[in-house]
Write a protein that binds this ligand. Structure first.
Ligand SMILES: [Zn+2]
Length: 397
C-alpha cells in the first residue's frame, strides 16, 4: 500500500502548527514590548519631573516622586539613595534621614535592600554627630555579608572620633581579616594613641607595652619608636632612648627633625653632644633632602663655639639657602651693640611664619605643630616635616 499521501498530510499539519506557534510568540512579545514601553515612558516622565522639582529647589515634591518611583520598581533604589546623598552634601541631614526612614518603612521593601538603606542612614547619623546611633546601626550591618566591609570601616571611624582605641584596634583587625586590606599602619596608630592616653594617666608600664605592640604590628611606626624613646628618657635610660630614637632614620628618615630635641636631651645628659653632631651630619649626608642645618648649627654652637656654628651654617646656606637657616645665621651673628642688624632675625621670623614647619602630603594642611592625625583630612601620618628641594628651596613631601 502507498502511505506517502498520509505522511505528506502529517508533515503539513506539523508545519501549520509551527506557523501558528510562531505567530502566537510574536503577538506575545509585541504585547510585552508595548507594555514595557508605556511603563518606561511613564517612568521617564516621572523621573524628569522629579529632577525638575529638584532643580527648582522644590525638594519635598521631588522627594515624593522619587519615593514613588523607587517603590514602583525597587531596582531603581540607587536613584533614591543618590537623592539622599545630595541632601547630605547640602547639609540637609534631616531630609536625608526622612528619606531613608521612609524607604525603610515601605512594606514592599525587599529584604536584600534593607542593609543598603541602613548603611546610608548610618552615614546620616555620622554626619549629624549622633555617633551612638550610628555605631548601633553599623554594628548590626557588620553582621551582613554584603555590606560588612563598609560598616566595619565606618565603625573604625566612629571609634577613632570617640577615642575608643581598644574598640578601634579590634575593629581594625576584623576589617583587615574580612576585607583583605592591609590596615597594620592604621592599627599601629591606634595602639600609639592608646599608649599616649595611658602615659597621660601615668600608667607607664601599659603604655610601654602598647607602644611595643604597635612596633610589632608595624615595624615602620615612627610614632611608636618616639613614645618608647620618651618613656626611656623618663626612666633616665638615655642609651636605650638613643637607640630607640635613632631607629627613626631606618623607619622613615623624613621624621628625623621630630626627634632631634629628644636626642639632644639624651646626649646632653651624657655630656656627649659632639657624638650627636657627628650622627646628624652623617644623616645629613645620607639623606640630602632633610632640613637639619639650623638644628645642627645650634648644637655646634652649644658643643663647640659660635664661630664654628657660623662657619658650618654659612657653608650650608651657600649650597641650600633656606629662610630658617638664614634666621639662625642672623641670630648667631647678631651682637648686642649691633642694633641695626637686630631687626633682621624678627623680619626673617615673620617671613618664616608664612612657611610652617609641617604640612600634610594629602590635603596640604600646614602648621607649626606636628599632629599624627591630620586635622585637615583626618589622615594618619599625613603631616610631615619640611624637606629641602634644590630647585625651589624648602618644600614638603
Ligand atoms: Zn591632611
Amino acid at each position: 500500500m502507498d502511505f506517502s499521501f498520509l505522511s505528506n498530510f502529517l508533515l503539513w499539519q506539523w508545519a501549520l502548527l509551527l506557523v501558528i506557534l510562531w505567530l502566537f510568540v510574536q503577538w506575545l512579545s509585541s504585547r510585552y514590548k508595548n507594555r514595557y514601553r508605556k511603563r518606561h515612558l511613564r517612568f521617564s516622565h516621572d523621573y524628569f519631573q522629579g529632577l525638575n522639582y529638584l532643580l527648582n529647589d522644590e525638594q519635598d515634591k521631588a522627594l515624593e516622586i522619587f519615593l514613588q518611583l523607587v517603590e514602583a520598581d525597587w531596582k531603581t533604589i540607587d536613584t533614591g539613595l543618590a537623592l539622599g546623598n545630595i541632601f547630605r552634601r547640602k547639609g540637609e541631614i534631616d531630609k536625608a534621614i526622612k528619606l531613608h526612614h521612609d524607604l525603610l518603612s515601605r512594606p514592599s521593601l525587599p529584604a536584600e535592600y534593607k542593609s543598603k538603606i541602613l548603611l546610608e542612614l548610618g552615614r546620616d547619623y555620622l554626619l549629624a554627630g549622633w555617633l551612638d546611633r550610628a555605631e548601633g546601626l553599623f554594628t548590626d550591618i557588620a553582621k551582613d555579608d554584603v555590606y560588612a566591609c563598609d560598616a566595619l570601616h565606618y565603625l573604625m571611624d566612629i571609634y577613632q572620633k570617640e577615642q575608643e582605641w581598644r574598640a578601634a584596634i579590634d575593629t581594625g583587625w576584623e576589617y583587615q581579616k574580612l576585607c583583605k586590606k592591609d590596615e597594620r599602619p592604621l592599627i599601629a596608630q591606634f595602639h600609639c594613641s592608646l599608649s599616649e592616653k595611658l602615659l597621660k594617666q601615668n600608667n607607664r608600664s601599659d603604655a610601654e607595652a602598647l607602644a611595643a605592640q604597635a612596633l610589632s604590628v608595624d615595624p615602620g611606626c615612627v610614632r611608636a619608636s618616639i613614645i618608647l624613646g620618651e618613656i626611656a628618657i623618663q626612666d633616665r635610660q638615655y642609651q636605650k632612648a638613643i637607640i630607640l630614637l635613632q631607629q627613626v632614620e631606618q623607619q622613615n628618615s623624613v621624621y628625623i627633625p621630630l626627634v632631634i630635641d629628644k636626642l639632644a636631651e639624651c646626649y646632653r645628659e651624657q655630656s656627649d653632644l659632639k657624638t650627636l653632631i657627628a650622627y646628624l651630619r652623617g644623616v645629613e649626608n645620607r639623606t640630602e633632602k632633610l632640613d637639619l642645618a639650623s638644628a645642627l648649627a645650634r648644637l655646634i654652637y652649644e658643643a663647640y663655639d659660635k664661630s664654628s656654628a657660623v662657619e658650618y651654617l654659612s657653608a650650608r646656606m651657600l649650597v641650600n639657602p633656606t629662610l630658617d637657616g638664614m634666621n639662625t645665621l642672623l641670630e648667631l651673628k647678631t651682637t648686642e651693640d649691633d642694633t641695626a642688624q637686630n631687626f633682621m632675625p624678627q623680619i626673617v621670623k615673620n617671613l618664616l611664619k608664612k612657611q610652617p614647619m609641617y604640612q600634610c602630603h594629602k590635603c596640604g594642611y600646614a602648621a607649626n605643630t606636628h599632629y599624627w592625625l591630620c586635622p585637615g583630612c583626618q589622615t594618619w601620618s599625613g603631616m610631615r616635616p619640611r624637606i629641602i628641594n634644590n630647585k625651589t628651596g624648602l618644600m614638603y613631601e
